[in-house]
Design a protein around this ligand. Structure first.
Ligand code: ZN
Ligand code: FE
Length: 256
């Protein structure tokens, strides 16, 4: 296998286009905008090898067609006609080999933010779009709390060391909410200190890890006593099952 690194390209106000690269090629995850990708390829003298899409939202796929005008590459994505450019449609348990890099990814269906959202998992990396964020989760645009809970639970079964590459830099605002939802969580306070230092230097707080998310993310901690208590308080009634806790947290965060 070639040596590779993963580089964040910024797009819009807070999107990351995660770019897997070596000395010759690059593959991009969720290129919402082609411009930063084309600039990077030119500056680094790289060829595009592939595009990966996690879900159909414009800030994740908007750059597909402009990139394809310059580069003939496969586009890996979900079974969703709303992403017209996808050439290789993938479903739960499917495997894909990243051209040029020889990296193998397993595909996970993780509905919740959108109905057809997928994640790519391989080489101890998870590209999870807008489903799981550092200390938060995506809004439920098309899915139910049950689906989001199942999707997040599936992700927590990945190895602790898995690096988690999320679609947005939302960490500090997620932590602000997470502290309200999980007020006695010491790991969250430590994360906040680290994240503040990074953001003060304008550096990404990502990737996270599965271990970090299990320790700090209230949406993965819906069975913890403190989180149940604060969610119940918000809901105005005792919540007993994790899905109701997640639903209450999500609604609370929408209004936070
Ligand atoms: Zn989205
Ligand atoms: Fe997004």
């Amino acid at each position: 296998m070639n040596e590779f690194e993963v580089v964040p390209l910024r797009a819009f106000s807070d999107n990351y286009i995660w770019t897997i690269r070596d000395a010759e090629c690059a593959a991009v995850v969720d290129p919402g905008d082609a411009r930063p990708v084309l600039d990077y390829l030119r500056r680094e003298n790289l060829r595009l090898a592939a595009i990966l899409n996690t879900h159909h939202h414009a800030d994740h796929v908007g750059g597909n067609s402009a990139l394809l005008r310059h580069h003939r590459v496969p586009v890996f994505g979900p079974h969703d006609p709303r992403i017209a450019e996808v050439t290789n449609r993938l479903a739960e348990g499917g495997r894909m080999r990243l051209p040029h890099f020889g990296l193998e990814f397993e595909v996970m269906e993780i509905p919740g933010h959108t109905r057809t959202h997928i994640a790519f998992y391989g080489a101890e990396m998870l590209f999870c779009g807008d489903t799981l964020f550092a200390a938060g989760c995506g809004r439920l645009f098309e899915g139910t709390p049950q689906q989001m809970h199942d999707s997040l639970t599936k992700l927590t079964r990945l190895p602790d060391a898995t690096r988690v590459y999320c679609g947005h830099e939302y960490t500090l605002s997620n932590i602000r909410f997470a502290k309200a939802a999980d007020p006695n969580n010491q790991a969250l306070r430590e994360l906040e200190a680290r994240a503040r230092k990074l953001r003060n230097k304008d550096l990404p707080t990502l990737p996270s890890t599965i271990a970090q998310e299990k320790a700090t993310n209230p949406f993965l901690r819906c069975a913890e006593r403190d989180v149940i208590a604060t969610a119940s308080k918000y809901a105005g009634q005792p919540l007993v099952d994790p899905v109701s806790v997640l639903a209450a947290l999500r609604e609370w965060k929408n209004n936070f």
